[in-house]
Design a protein around this ligand. Structure first.
Ligand code: XMP
Length: 511
């Protein structure tokens, strides 16, 4: 362990963001489970220890954390981490009645951060520190006058109730930098190391045949391009057509077949997927069915290659990113505390059932870091800056049961959305755009006749990494054009709505 900064993961959705911001600032940081941190602290110590947020409440946690506070290690507690610290030193944490979620204005009472008297921060908590412990002082307050930051009067112990690691905390990076400056840490990390680590991961597997689950999106494209450098023709990319794709996906895969150096084969599995999904409306069930059907389809391919070409695949390459893992389950196999938000289709169990080992060189990274690696690999910018598209595709953009008519409605409305965002030059200004089919009939009038038809929701968001997002303030004229084209050109749709929910509390996809 040669990281200067250790981040103890209490299960926050944002833990990895802390690590990546410190990486960007030039400091090597490592995420640890509670058990790992206890073990390591017996032998060595970091230069800064960070205690993350958590979905749990301190009232449910009876672990003794005195090891964190018993030596001269500087400690920064974030959200739950601050509450643990306050409790440990005799402060009082109150159970939340009303929470503070989303943006909040924070008053910096002594201008500690030098970023102005007030700043915007991202909150996500209901419990709060009601009484500051002895020998600590309150240096930040929220607009509701709750304690938002505490610090020890003569030791390096700090607590923040908000999340400086989240992009929506304005100047969050400066805030995190403040603490390393306070203790005089010296930079020891270069961003190119991320790229080199990914390359090493592929180099370590030896000379084997690798099957890549290839969607053509940014993540699988970058993962495959890295692997191709080492494996060349031993890498086979399979694009599964599950029938839940958009016109732009079919076009893009054909373009990649022509213009990239990858060996890409399309597997037509439309019938298999759509038959299995018929009549299923529960979102988690749909995700699980899509996930297991991917396994079956790849499994058949593995057997076919063994039988017909005498090629035996040993690895399955996936473009899994950190947010896919954190939202599906805890990233630490043992001792993790995060909760499942939704099961991302590419996570969990694939190779165990298929007898393949898993190769996921991007699994500790975020999308924007992956895009940066893509530029090191000289991949076309338009390929790298496509909006993300989830593995289960339109399966999670058609609420409830899926059928051919709804698929076509989402395909057509998505194509209109794409065309209008590209035409207005708004496509590259937002992070993701999508249309969702809402199976609710509403009354309308088309021509002179009454219409009683369903709804399409348009969602356009800004984000840095998909972990948090805000709805985009797209000009009214653009929204107007999108809406009128959808109601005119997509049969069965009379109403278009625009989603103005941030993440949290909403996720980007609707299911
Ligand atoms: P949510 O909806 O969780 O999505 O806010 C965050 C980002 O992840 C994408 N997403 C997925 N990607 N498999 C994927 O490959 C999935 O199962 C999946 N679910 C969500 C989503 O489109 C957004 O960019």
């Amino acid at each position: 362990m040669n990281a200067q900064i250790w981040i103890v993961d209490f299960g926050s959705q944002y833990t990895q963001l802390i690590a990546r911001i410190y990486r960007e600032l030039g400091f090597k940081s490592e995420i640890l489970t509670i058990d790992q941190s206890f073990e390591l602290l017996k032998k060595t110590k970091p230069e800064l220890l960070i205690l993350s947020g958590s979905p749990q409440s301190v009232f449910e946690d009876s672990t003794d954390y005195s090891l964190y506070f018993s030596s001269d290690i500087p400690v920064l507690g974030l959200c739950y981490g601050m509450q643990l610290m306050a409790q440990h030193f005799g402060g009082v944490v109150n159970k939340g009645i009303i929470g503070e979620y989303g943006k909040s204005k924070i008053r910096d009472l002594n201008n500690t951060f030098n970023i102005g008297e007030k700043f915007i921060a991202w909150m996500s908590h209901s419990d709060h520190v009601a009484v500051c412990p002895d020998n600590f002082e309150v240096f930040l307050k929220s607009e509701n006058n709750l304690i938002a930051g505490i610090k020890h009067q003569n030791q390096n112990f700090w607590g923040l109730q908000f999340h400086p690691e989240v992009i929506h905390t304005v100047k969050g990076k400066e805030i995190l930098l403040h603490f390393v400056e306070e203790i005089g840490l010296e930079e020891n990390w270069k961003n190119e190391e991320i790229y080199e680590t990914c390359i090493r991961e592929v180099e370590n597997i030896g000379d084997e045949f690798v099957l890549c689950a290839f969607s053509g999106g940014v993540d699988s494209l970058v993962a495959a391009s890295i692997a191709h450098k080492k494996l060349g023709d031993k890498l086979y990319c399979f694009f599964v057509d599950h029938g839940l794709l958009r016109p732009q996906d079919y076009k893009h895969i054909e373009l990649l077949k022509r213009e990239s150096y990858l060996n890409i084969e399309t597997i037509d599995a439309k019938e298999t997927f759509l038959n299995k999904l018929a009549g299923i409306s529960d979102p988690e069930k749909k995700r699980k069915i899509i996930g297991t059907t991917f396994i079956e389809v790849f499994d058949q391919k593995v057997k076919e290659f063994e039988r017909t070409k005498n090629i035996k695949f040993t690895y399955l390459l996936q473009g899994t990113l950190y947010p896919d893992i954190i939202e599906s389950h805890s990233p630490h196999k043992k001792g993790g505390k995060s909760v499942t938000i939704k099961s991302h289709h590419n996570v969990g169990g694939l190779p165990e059932k298929m007898n393949l080992k898993l190769l996921e060189p991007l699994k500790s990274l975020f999308k924007d870091e992956v895009r940066r690696i893509g530029t090191f690999l000289d991949l076309d910018k338009s390929w790298l800056y496509r909006h993300p598209f989830p593995g289960p595709g339109l399966g999670i953009r058609i609420l409830g049961a899926i059928d051919a008519i709804k698929i076509e409605q989402v395909q057509k409305s998505d194509q209109i959305l794409l065309e209008e965002l590209v035409r207005s030059e708004y496509y590259n200004k937002c992070w993701q755009s999508l249309t969702v089919h809402i199976p609710q009939k509403t009354v309308g009038v088309k021509g002179d006749a009454r219409a009683y038809e369903e709804v399409i929701c348009v969602r356009i968001v800004g984000s840095r990494d998909g972990m948090t997002a805000t709805w985009s303030h797209v000009p009214y004229e653009v929204l107007d054009k999108i809406s009128s084209r959808i109601t005119n050109e997509v049969s069965g749709i009379t109403r278009v709505v625009y989603d103005i929910t941030s993440k949290p509390p909403g996720t980007i996809e609707w299911e």
